[in-house]
Design a protein around this ligand. Structure first.
Ligand SMILES: C[S@@+](CC[C@H](N)C(=O)[O-])C[C@H]1O[C@@H](n2cnc3c(N)ncnc32)[C@H](O)[C@@H]1O
Length: 400
């Protein structure tokens, strides 16, 4: 029986990945025709070719999923004990108290709102990963295409042996396009979604045995104070996914100031910035036909119901997303379909039918507009790469 909520399985399913997972080893073990082999010798499942300090306990299974994909995988029996990221893990995960306080404050405000960072419990991160695969969601594939095309040039600008800090690292997929050529001496994944962060950095550490992998669960809208950074002079921040667009321009400036301070005002920021474009393309990207973005938006209410003492019913809300031309941003809302009163602990919130909770903004910029924003923090646009259709940009900023 497949447990699709298992992080590794869901990761494989999301990637439609039929590759077999390698045994972590000194490079001599791999999988061939469904068997784990070392050289030409097939290994029994308890064989070991890894150096003593790299031994993993694992179990192997073959599974069929949805009648289509044949996946063989190895699962650690005690993953956290051997997880390099767990060993190098800085945990400042915002607790239930923060969620409770910010949700109550947001629902008490007019208009009602909840910050988008609370989308990202484990289920929310998995749903976001699924959004990245959607045909309407041009952002991910376009940013990846740009990164693939610019990586050689990027390496010339950055040089080797940096501490690479990925902000909002999520599934840590895009960074894979940089690692082999950039050869950072250390990687720090930073995300608010703790379980997902630990899992993603664990897989990264296993796939890149030469890389020193660290993880920090912090809310970067409050702080970027992370102990691992102090040890490095050459720091590069990587902030993909146009997550900067989730902040209004003033909030974006404040966040970029924190990033500049984290780099001791002496570093580079490689950032993905979504560009202004045809409104139909934008509206489609946040209203996919499969309804995954709607599930992602509504999962916020499921999370509130699960983690807080609340009677909120996600079935009485609907997803809404549209481009607000005046503000230059996509807005996401949850619309109450009925007049209702909801409770969180001993706090009550009244909704009219049609009233919304504003859950996310995604600001879009021209290259020039973003240059102005960056300049307000003291960042120079060192280099800007875009795709041919100018849907998305990857910008290398340097503190001046
Ligand atoms: C839009 S997703 C981008 C994921 C990935 N970087 C990509 O490009 O596909 C935003 C990511 O930032 C994380 N995130 C959102 N708000 C955050 C916050 N305030 N502090 C830390 N991480 C946050 C989420 O958990 C999520 O992984």
């Amino acid at each position: 029986m497949i447990n699709e909520s298992d992080p590794l399985i869901s990761h494989l399913l999301c990637r439609r990945d039929t590759r077999n997972i390698k045994i972590e080893s000194n490079g001599t073990a791999g999988e061939y025709n469904g068997k784990f082999v070392s050289g030409r010798v097939a290994l029994w499942s308890d064989s070991c070719v890894a150096p003593a300090d790299r031994i993993r306990c694992h179990s192997r299974r073959s599974i069929y999923s949805k009648g289509r994909w044949h996946i063989r995988y190895a699962l650690d029996q005690e993953p956290m004990k051997r997880n390099p990221a767990a060993k190098n893990f800085y945990d400042a995960h915002p607790g239930k108290g923060d969620l409770r306080r910010e949700v109550i404050d947001g629902l008490a405000s007019k208009p009602k709102s909840i910050p988008p960072k609370f989308f990202y419990d484990r289920r929310g991160s998995e749903l976001f990963d699924a959004i990245c695969e959607l045909p309407e969601y041009y952002q991910t594939r376009t940013e990846m295409e740009i990164l693939r095309n610019c990586v050689a040039e990027l390496v010339e600008h950055i040089g080797p042996d940096c501490l690479l800090v990925e902000l909002g690292s999520g599934a840590s997929k895009k960074v894979r396009l940089l690692l082999e050529q950039l050869r950072p001496s250390s990687y720090l994944g930073v995300d608010i979604s703790k379980e997902f962060l630990l899992h993603s950095t664990q897989v990264l550490a296993s796939d890149y045995p030469w890389l020193d992998v660290h993880a920090a669960c912090v809310d970067f809208s409050h702080t970027l104070d992370m102990p691992h950074c102090d040890a490095f002079e050459h720091k590069v921040a990587f902030f993909p996914g146009s997550s900067i667009g989730n902040f209004d321009p003033n909030g974006a400036i404040e966040l970029m100031k924190r990033i500049a301070q984290m780099m001791d005002m002496n570093g580079q920021l490689l950032i993905g910035v979504d560009l202004k474009k045809n409104v139909d393309i934008l509206n489609a990207a946040y209203n996919d036909a499969a309804g995954i973005t709607a599930d992602f938006n509504l999962n916020l209410l499921t999370r509130i119901r699960q983690e807080l003492d609340s009677d909120i019913d996600p079935k009485t809300f609907e997803h809404s997303a549209f481009y607000n031309e005046d503000q230059g941003r996509i807005e996401m809302h949850l619309i109450s379909t009925v007049a209702q009163r909801i409770r969180i602990d001993d706090h009550f919130f009244d909704f009219d039918a049609g009233e919304t909770i504003h859950t996310e903004n995604s600001y879009k910029y021209t290259v020039e507009e973003f240059a102005q924003l960056a300049a307000a923090v003291g960042f120079n646009q060192e280099r800007v790469w875009t795709d041919e259709s100018k849907l998305f940009s990857v910008q290398l900023l340097r503190t001046v």
